[in-house]
Ligand binder design. Structure first.
Ligand SMILES: *Cc1c(COP(=O)(O)O)cnc(C)c1O
Length: 360
């Protein structure tokens, strides 16, 4: 690529993505390990058959039916009645809706801020939108220190702040008092990335309930994780209707295909079957955290469908050792730690056996 007149800051860079190796147990990208249930698959096929007849036409630009269904889902899931479609925005994955936030609210001369270690894509959104990017470290327990966060936004006046809760790769959910405290201290947009919200433990809140009171708060969600729908690419956010109107300005025309809109609607009709899978995964996750600490590993309580564990003197060779046993995890996060996604019970057994062989 060096011969190309590519932007200087992109020279020598590689595209984002976890290595995808063809091994029997793939626990590296936080996907839902269960294949879609059979009746769900059949409904999806019937949906596609219907939509196929209309593919000569562009989709509904504003995805109103889907946004209405997502509003109803979110109201129920977060116990926040009264959510309306005008507060919802939807795109090809929550990565796309977060990019829309950056395109509308960040850009040259503006700053985006996040709390590390966290999801590495935020830095890429900043790069792609010519936005300055600043990170503030999390505490040793991987939560965000409210006082430090308030000082940071007061000093830096960021245009956009990303706070992942539950955080990736640590699994840590953030206590919500930090939200009003930060919003009082700066005048930009605060994005709480709740990609893993459905996996949170009982008693852990969602920032969705705060959106009504805070017009510069954006909460993003995805169907990639809890819904086992990563391949369909559906992510969404909830915010003040004026925020959604701002995002509609920057989206590409007809960004969400008719097929995507229709299959997402069908998936939402299967919410309860899919929620049963989430319950199983949460139980597996809790059991794995206990097992890892019994085995002498350091872990953090997780509210997501993955667990970070360590500490390895040489995590690269531990990762490689697991691959040789047919188990793929992710080498990500603080030095000495690895991240494992929660798989089926059989996959977790394979993981435990492999880890026993590899050792600390
Ligand atoms: C997986 C993930 C997402 C979701 O990505 P999609 O584009 O919706 O598939 C968003 N944020 C974090 C922190 C994630 O780990």
């Amino acid at each position: 690529m060096t011969w190309l007149p590519i932007r200087d800051e992109l020279k020598g860079l590689h595209p984002y993505g976890a290595p995808q190796l063809d091994v029997p147990v793939r626990l590296n990208t936080n996907e839902n390990p269960f294949q879609p249930p059979r009746d769900f698959v059949e409904d999806l096929a019937a949906t596609v058959l219907e939509v196929a007849k209309t593919l000569n036409r562009y989709p509904d630009r504003d995805a109103m039916r889907l946004r209405t269904a997502l509003a109803a889902y979110l109201a129920e899931e977060s116990e926040t009645p009264g959510i309306v479609a005008e507060q919802i925005w939807v795109g090809n994955g929550s990565n796309e809706v977060m990019m829309h936030v950056m395109q509308a609210f960040a850009g040259p001369g503006r700053t985006a801020l996040t709390f590390s270690p966290t999801y590495s894509m935020y830095a890429e959104y900043a790069r792609n939108t010519f936005t300055e990017f600043v990170t503030v470290p999390r505490r040793a327990d991987h939560t965000v220190d409210a006082k430090l966060a308030v000082e940071a936004v007061r000093d830096l006046r960021p245009a956009v702040v990303f706070l992942a809760s539950p955080n990736n790769p640590t699994g840590t959910a953030q206590s919500l008092d930090v939200v009003p405290a930060m919003l009082d201290a700066f005048d930009g947009m605060l994005v709480i990335d709740e990609a893993y919200a459905e996996f949170r433990r009982v008693g852990v809140g969602s920032a969705v309930s705060l959106v009504e009171r805070h017009p510069r708060l954006v909460v993003t969600r995805t169907m990639s994780k809890a819904f086992g729908f990563a391949g369909a690419r559906v992510g969404y956010l909830i915010a003040h209707p004026d925020v959604v109107d701002a995002l509609r300005i920057v989206r590409l025309p007809y960004h969400l295909s008719s097929l995507t809109q229709a299959v997402a609607l069908t998936a939402l009709q299967h919410t309860s079957a899919l929620q049963a899978q989430v319950q199983m995964l949460r139980a597996e996750r809790n059991a794995l955290v206990d097992w890892l600490s019994d085995e002498g590993y350091t872990t953090t309580p997780s509210d997501a469908n993955f667990v970070m564990f360590g500490k390895f003197d040489d995590r690269q060779s531990a990762w490689q050792g697991l691959v040789e046993q047919g188990v793929l995890v992710r080498e990500v996060g603080p030095e000495g730690f690895l991240r494992v996604s929660i798989g089926t019970a059989a996959e977790m057994e394979r993981f435990k056996e492999a880890l026993k062989k590899v050792g600390h």
